[in-house]
Design a protein around this ligand. Structure first.
Ligand code: PMP
Length: 462
């Protein structure tokens, strides 16, 4: 560790954090007796906490974000140079990095055409929802206003995004939600909803279930469907082959806009620039956030086709025709400056190739762990976005108790590896260890990650 703080300063920092900071997604009661963990420094895939303990971070900043790893001086330099030159101008003005990043991003997204900037994944999704509603108002008499979303998907933390969220525990305390968001079934074959089919047929069957919802609601009332390419927090759900082509077909059949939420998968996480590109999907909206600047600055994008963009243009100076939306900090240049350099790194260091190679090793190691530990019911993943679902019983697929899943995460932490775990507390929902190291991870680091999980599973389950 190479922090510029003395141990005394650090104990002050920890005390200040304990006294004054309200952490995300955290029950603070235990901090009455123990210190919160404060992460002080990072380099590559490693981080150090305020006690000096070193960890391999197998979740890229906790939430699948730091795709190019920690300590990237060229990103910091690009942001610094940009900020002293021109840090911010909001509203309708453009910026140099905003223009250049949009150009570079769209090179990787054939068929897509326009980039709308904001600050978080939730916001990027809300922008797309608003665009769908505006299109409905202007071109369908307000009738095509419903937005479909999938069980177990997550699209963000705002009230509208929670309304479009398929993880009930996240929204349970915050309703009522706005009308017009309609749920379709998930596509996780491990937890089968249709017994008579499997593989690609299962994928097509799960997509057919979307059509059933559209027909129930009335195709004229459905404007869009919002889906994660691979469901993240809902349990690392990779749709079976057959799913995406059928979804595309259904969207075209009923003139429904396809919104892909790439907030987690975007910028290389699944070994392609975007998750949807694994299946040749042609979306109308793509939203992205976390990996766009690998957490070096806050930035999100709502990317659309030219066809969508054209619907917001009007020669007749109609003040209600353009997209009547603004995000103050969508005008901050730190985001696109960081994002531009982040993309250069992914490209120049061939991180998509490394992602695929390391994915093979990680998935292979997880399969071996599954042979050894009966508590692992299923292993799944795409690129460096992998999960191992924990079940108390392989026959019934009952999830393990929450406290046991927590003990596995804690056990890995003691062994110097930070891992994630999804949906721990929901009865009937799956409990999936979640692994998504930075795309620069090495074979030796992958092995350390799975060795730590092996040790933690043995400790907790024998
Ligand atoms: N979409 C997906 C798929 C996500 O996983 C998340 C965040 N975990 C979001 C949207 C929301 O992003 P943010 O937290 O930046 O608002």
């Amino acid at each position: 560790m190479n922090v510029n703080l003395t141990p005394n300063d650090l104990s002050h920092v920890v005390a200040a954090d304990r006294a004054h900071v309200w952490h995300h997604l955290t029950q603070h009661k235990p901090y009455e007796t123990v210190d919160p963990r404060v992460i002080v420094e990072g380099r590559g895939v490693k981080v150090w906490d305020a006690t000096g303990k070193e960890y391999i971070d197998a979740v890229s900043g906790g939430v699948w974000t730091v795709n190019v790893g920690y300590g990237r001086e060229t990103i910091a330099d690009a942001v610094r140079d940009q900020l002293v030159k021109m840090n911010f101008f909001g509203g309708s003005m453009g910026s140099v990095p905003g223009a250049l990043f949009a150009e570079k991003l769209l090179e990787k997204m054939p068929g897509m055409s326009r980039v709308y900037y904001s600050n978080s994944g939730s916001e990027a999704n809300e922008k797309a929802f608003k665009m769908v509603r505006q299109i409905s108002q202007r071109f369908h008499g307000g009738k095509k206003w419903k937005i479909l979303y999938r069980d177990r998907d997550y699209h963000g933390t705002t009230i509208a995004c929670l309304g479009a969220g398929g993880q009930d525990e996240r929204g349970a305390l915050y309703g009522p939600f706005p009308d017009g968001f309609v749920r379709v079934p998930h596509c996780l074959e491990y937890r089968k909803q249709w017994d008579d089919v499997s593989g690609a047929d299962y994928g097509r069957r799960a997509a057919d279930a979307i059509e059933e919802v559209i027909l129930r609601e009335g195709p004229d009332t459905v404007g869009a469907i919002c889906l994660e390419p691979v469901t993240a927090g809902g349990g690392v759900i990779v749709p079976p082959e057959g799913y995406w082509p059928r979804v595309q077909e259904i969207c075209r059949k009923y003139d429904i806009l396809l919104h892909i939420d790439e907030v987690v998968c975007g910028l290389g996480r699944t070994g392609t620039w975007f998750g949807y590109q694994n299946w040749g999907v042609e979306p109308d909206f793509v939203t992205m956030a976390k990996g766009v600047a690998s957490g070096y600055a806050a930035i999100s994008c709502t990317v659309t086709t030219e066809k969508v963009f054209e619907m917001f243009k009007d020669d007749a100076s109609d003040p209600m025709s353009y997209f009547r939306d603004i995000s103050t900090f969508g005008g901050c240049t730190a985001g696109p400056a960081a994002a531009l350099e982040n993309m250069r790194i992914i490209e120049d260091e061939n991180l998509l190739d490394n992602c695929l190679a390391m994915s093979e090793r990680l998935m292979g190691n997880l399969e071996k762990l599954k042979e050894k530990h009966a508590v692992i019911g299923d292993v799944r993943g795409k690129g460096l976005f992998c999960g191992a679902e924990l079940v108390a019983d392989r026959e019934t697929k009952q999830p393990v108790e929450e406290k046991k899943a927590q003990a596995v995460v804690a056990g890995a932490m003691v062994r110097g590896v930070i891992i994630g775990c999804t949906n721990r507390s929901l009865p009937g929902m799956n409990t999936t260890l979640c692994l998504s190291p930075a795309l620069i991870v090495t074979p030796a680091e992958i092995d350390k990650i799975t060795d730590a999980i092996d040790g933690a599973l043995t400790e907790v389950f024998g």
